[in-house]
Write a protein that binds this ligand. Structure first.
Ligand code: PNS
Length: 164
């Protein structure tokens, strides 16, 4: 039987309620979901890749068909090596569309890997990790934006930096 195995890739720095919503919905639709953290060298990070993986594992622990990993290099190479048929991405707004469309078309051109877009839950359409980091860094409340363990990780990280 053909296994419908998909990846949910991202920086997840940190994982937000918006990411988790997409991961949960993807897990309902597919046999296996591999959540993979790819470090984007162009983005300034708050958490190490290992920390992001630990947080993702914690917040997806109740989803038996979801596993968490990392990838380096091209996402399509990871997909090819793991027999992944499609990439699942969330689309929040028109502003996401151009960038996501380019990547989706390029990934198809490179390796015929499909991209499936899921529309973001309107509750989270304004949500992105960089805003969450900024709010937390300025002492704002992020409890409605990230899962509770992630809020605790953020507080610990800021305390470690002397910003808590
Ligand atoms: O959460 P992000 O930052 O939007 O995630 C972007 C990510 C990591 C999914 C994307 O940058 C990516 O796929 N990087 C891997 C490198 C790659 O395959 N580049 C070619 C894309 S066409």
């Amino acid at each position: 039987m053909r296994v419908r195995r998909v990846v949910c890739p991202g920086s997840f720095d940190p994982v937000t309620n918006g990411h988790l919503d997409i991961i949960r919905r993807a897990a309902k639709l597919h046999d296996e979901v591999l959540v993979v953290v790819g470090a984007n060298p162009a983005k300034h990070g708050m958490f190490t890749v290992d920390e992001r993986v630990t947080m993702l594992e914690e917040v997806t622990a109740d989803l038996p068909n979801v596993s968490v990993g990392t990838f380096r290099g091209l996402l399509v190479e990871y997909c090819r090596a793991r027999g992944v048929s499609a990439i699942v991405k969330g689309l929040r707004a028109v502003s996401d569309f151009e960038y996501e469309m380019e990547m989706a078309q390029m990934n198809y051109r490179l390796a015929e890997v499909e991209t499936l877009f899921m529309t973001a839950n309107p509750l989270y359409s304004f949500l992105r990790s960089s805003l969450v980091r900024e709010i937390a860094e300025y002492g704002g409340n992020v409890s409605s934006l990230v899962p509770p363990p992630v809020e605790a990780w953020m507080q610990a990280k800021l305390a470690e930096r002397g910003q808590g």
